[in-house]
Design a protein. Sequence first.
Length: 316
Amino acid sequence: MAAHNAFIKRHTALSLIGAGLSVASLPIAARAAVPLRIATLPIDASALAFYAQDLGYFNDAGFDVSIQSIANGATITSAIASGSLDIGWSNIVSLAAAYKHGIPIVIIGAGGVYTRGSVTNQLTVRKDSAIHTATDLSGKTIGCTGLSNIGQFAPELWIDKNGGTSSSVRFIEFPLPELPAALDQRRIDAAWLAEPFINVAAPYARPIANCFDDVAPRWMLGAWFTTPSWAAAHRDIVDTFRTIMAKTATWANANQAQSGQILAKYAHLDPALLKNMHRITYGTRANAVEIQPVIDLSARYGALSATFSAQELLLS
């Protein structure tokens, strides 16, 4: 009898979802947890799903969420495209490149955004380095977290805008946690660091530029996405997910100490690192204005053959 009642509840819930009613609006007795497979990176800019899970927002909306922490956006994109995951997070450069290579993706929600003057990402050198200007970097080696991505393009843009020649600079890719040591050991001349690793490197490193400032006054670092076919077949779930992410972003922007503790748990970071780190601001909705500068930058430095309208990436 219990199994029969459970079946009836789940059938009723799914029927109502199909009729266009949100999971959260269902009567408690009629709800059955709807499975949702999410993947994200264990970094500040993509941490909203961790917060929503820990705060119970997914559960309250009737979702049974599993979150996979994956090291890079390319792996997440492949999993979304294959249907082995439902919703994922990736940076805008990778999403734009995937889209132009024919991978079916659509952006459904905002992640972290960068606002001019923020110091969450910095180009750093050793304190004893003779490098002080963009011109000084010509012919030097910079470590970054990903080639042909924002960690390379933003420093290139800053160098070119400030008298240097980015084409003469050699970029080497490192996992983010390894960059401070590479700089300290003089394997690279400069490092493009993100928090909390700016704080890690602080005893022996100094910043020379906030290169992200040159991209735009405000722009989107990454976004939540799925495939157009999955979004069309699960529009109610997508709309509820968007609402949860917006609610979570508002909470996280106002409660950085609490969100830091959640991030430390899911990303396996030392909580002490987060006490002094500068935190990301989260967007409450994805919009073309904040995505377009990244697409234009990607085209300028070769990740795309040409720029295109950011509106093409957004779910209508």
